[in-house]
Design a protein around this ligand. Structure first.
Ligand code: SME
Length: 161
């Protein structure tokens, strides 16, 4: 049985280091992409405080399609270039949005979301695979430590896709 740890007395960098170790152990020897993304989404959602959604959108047929996630049911298809996810996908850049109401074109899947971070997942030769999307009900929830930590987690999963 896997239990997520109580990481409340650790710094954010330590939290993400521990999550990266846990994720490497979870995906070790497993080749199934859905299983690996599902465990990654669950690990983030249940270990990183202050979230209401964590999951993946994958590039399929030229658009982003909902993948494994934790949280409320979400929009299924997002055009590349639309919303936070589609913009991160199009530009291959991580987007940290401190207030989603101020992001032109933000797609509201869960009305509780106030801030969001989207990390693109790329192949080693820089082709887009999809994005990791994490939402919070708190304004300005994600800082540079979250960005660095979530990038590492997304990369661990991307290497298995
Ligand atoms: N807010 C995202 C849509 C996905 S949900 O947050 C799960 C966006 O604007 O792309």
């Amino acid at each position: 049985m896997f239990t997520t740890s109580d990481l409340s007395d650790r710094t954010k960098a330590e939290l993400y280091q521990q999550l990266a170790s846990q994720l490497r152990a979870l995906v070790e020897g497993e080749t199934d992409a859905v299983a690996n993304m599902a465990n990654c989404a669950a690990l983030i959602f249940h270990s990183v405080p202050g979230l209401n959604w964590a999951g993946f959108y994958l590039l399929k047929g030229g658009e982003l399609v909902l993948g494994p996630f934790q949280g409320q049911p979400a929009c299924i298809r997002i055009a590349v270039g639309s919303g936070v996810c589609g913009t991160a996908a199009e530009t291959h850049t991580t987007l940290r949005v401190p207030d989603v109401t101020k992001f032109k074109g933000h797609i509201a899947c869960d009305s509780a979301s106030r801030s969001e971070i989207v990390v693109p997942m790329l192949t080693s030769d820089l082709h887009l695979i999809g994005v990791l999307d994490v939402d919070s009900p708190e304004l300005d929830r994600f800082d540079a430590d979250d960005e660095a930590g979530l990038k590492t987690l997304a990369e661990i999963v991307a290497r298995k896709l």
